[in-house]
Design a protein around this ligand. Structure first.
Ligand SMILES: Cc1cc2nc3c(=O)[nH]c(=O)nc-3n(C[C@H](O)[C@H](O)[C@H](O)COP(=O)(O)OP(=O)(O)OC[C@H]3O[C@@H](n4cnc5c(N)ncnc54)[C@H](O)[C@@H]3O)c2cc1C
Length: 492
């Protein structure tokens, strides 16, 4: 690449920076009071309904599982040959059974809906990163190991007012007051969120908001290092931060896809794989769906439909009902983040010998060591890239992409070359079943078409992370699937 564009990073990573070595104390957790349903099935209302669900990602699976348990007649149409959608554990081409995550990686400690299903299906979680090894921040040409004692001003060009502040204090000064305001203003999971009083936070992106608070360039870069979207509305990101406590993050032992696979196993042949939906319609008292399977068109009818497709995919369907003006606008305009992960298998985890975890928050990307817990001397170093740089990676050949990732990672962890064995990469914007990594609402969207995103239209209900209060997280997919199931269950 000739020029290096300003990085855009993905939502969850600011949280990793903020939690780095427990430097960040989030404000009191109002989501702790959130009601999580018990494992008992929802009680069926009225007669059993025939329900079609498009998509066997986590939202479609949870909706299908709950409706099936309530006694409804469920069919899920899934375009791919596997369940899980954006929860996608890569098991190939690695040796020794090593795995990494192309999609969802970390589970925040307070994502209680996610943990509820993990436990219900008997799965185990382990820490996301090794806690005894150091995480690095690599920004503005400086590489710093973050500990509570790290004096940021020795490394970065902080303003006079910021001298002596650590990362936690920077967050406390520039981000936490806004999170407190958002939490105290209304229920952040309410369907009519956001209240008018929060519109002031929706006029800027998060970098603009931080600079408006007086943060220096260095403080802004530090707080946004890693994988945090930079184009999204500050309010949209701050709500996620308000609902997400990353003092501790975990992953599912054996791979995050074990959760969607376990739910899919229970749904068994109610899921029809390899069925790409091309259109759907509502006619009087029924819905109908047309899908392509093995090159042949098929149709199915039902009483109700749950559409869990990302709007980035939905807008490309051949036809759908004539929804309300705002819903159509949302489907047409909802922006999505671009993300690419490039994973490099190594003969050893040589960085661990230097006391390093292999996890890095950078101003171009994040680096992960996703196989740190796996029983092999081998390791994986994975470049995690969002935004314009991710789109540049799409335009490269596999060899160029590998060279880019190896050169980037090798600068942070010298010694990569002799240890390198093989690599693979995954682009979410090139995945035709996702067309992007996660919904990424821009300033102004929340107060224009956003209220129409999750609401049902006639016999058609909507699920998916983009319809939830925790977009870009498994929790958002799960809560939206549960909501859609209860909505359909309540229909007479
Ligand atoms: C790179 C990346 C990093 C992430 N990091 C995290 C993280 O650290 N922690 C976390 O909790 N979450 C994370 N997430 C978010 C999480 O993965 C998603 O929020 C969640 O998986 C979305 O589930 P969903 O059901 O809404 O959508 P999807 O998983 O996209 O499900 C939609 C389903 O519809 C299917 N489909 C698409 N088109 C058709 C069609 N025409 N016909 C039939 N089926 C179709 C797809 O194949 C898919 O199975 C990350 C996601 C990505 C991409």
């Amino acid at each position: 690449m000739n020029s290096t564009p300003r990085p855009f990073t993905t939502m969850p990573a600011i949280l990793t920076v903020l939690r780095a070595k427990a430097l960040f104390s989030p404000p009191a957790d109002t989501t702790a009071a959130e009601t999580i349903p018990s494992d008992t099935p929802i009680e069926r209302r009225g007669k059993a309904k025939r329900v079609l669900i498009i998509g066997a990602g986590l939202s479609g699976l949870v909706a299908g599982f709950e409706l099936m348990r309530a006694g409804h007649d469920v069919t899920i149409l899934e375009g791919q040959m596997r369940p899980g959608g954006r929860v996608h554990t890569l098991r190939s081409p690695f040796s020794d059974g090593l795995t990494t995550e192309a999609g969802a990686g970390r589970i925040p400690a307070n994502h209680r809906w996610t943990y509820k299903y993990i436990q219900q299906f008997g799965l185990k979680t382990i820490p996301f990163a090794p806690e005894s090894l150091a995480t690095l921040v690599s920004i503005q040409g400086q590489q710093v190991s973050l500990t509570p004692a790290t004096r940021l001003s020795q490394h970065f060009d902080l303003s006079r007012e910021e001298q002596g502040l650590g990362l936690a204090e920077l967050a406390e000064r520039y981000i936490v007051p806004a999170i407190r305001t958002i939490r105290s203003s209304s229920d952040i999971t309410a369907p009519d969120w956001p209240p008018a009083s929060l519109q002031k936070f929706d006029q800027y992106t998060l970098p603009e908001f931080l600079r408006g608070q007086g943060a220096s360039r260095a403080a802004t870069d530090l707080l946004l290092s890693g994988a945090l979207t930079q184009k999204a509305s500050a309010l949209y990101v701050l709500r996620v931060l308000a609902a997400t406590d990353l003092n501790r993050t975990e992953k599912i032992q054996g791979g995050n896809d074990l959760l969607p696979r376990a739910i899919a196993d229970r749904l068994a042949d109610r899921i029809i794989y390899g069925s790409r939906v091309v259109s759907f319609a509502e006619e009087e008292s029924r819905v109908s769906v047309t899908f392509l399977q093995d090159g042949t068109y098929h149709s199915l009818e039902a009483d109700y439909l749950i559409c869990s497709l990302p709007f980035s995919v939905l807008r490309n369907l051949e036809s759908m009902p004539h929804f309300s003006q705002l819903k159509r606008q949302a489907i047409r305009e909802m922006p999505y983040m671009s993300m690419v992960k490039v994973a490099l298998q190594t003969k050893t985890r040589y960085w661990e010998q230097q006391g390093l975890s292999g996890f890095v928050q950078a101003d171009l990307a994040e680096i992960w060591s996703p196989a740190w817990d796996q029983a092999s001397p081998r390791g994986i170093l994975q470049l995690y890239q969002e935004g314009e740089v991710a789109e540049e990676l799409d335009r490269m050949s596999p060899e160029q992409r590998l060279r880019f990732a190896a050169s980037y990672i090798g600068k942070v962890f010298p010694g990569l070359s002799p240890d390198f064995e093989q690599s693979t990469s995954y682009s979410w914007q090139l995945d035709k079943f996702a067309c992007g990594a996660a919904a990424d609402l821009r300033p102004g969207d929340l107060y224009s078409w956003y209220p129409a995103v999750a609401s049902a239209e006639g016999r058609i209900h909507f699920a998916g992370e983009h319809t939830s209060a925790t977009p870009a997280f498994m929790q958002g997919a799960i809560t939206s699937g549960y909501r859609a199931a209860t909505e359909v269950n309540e229909r007479s």
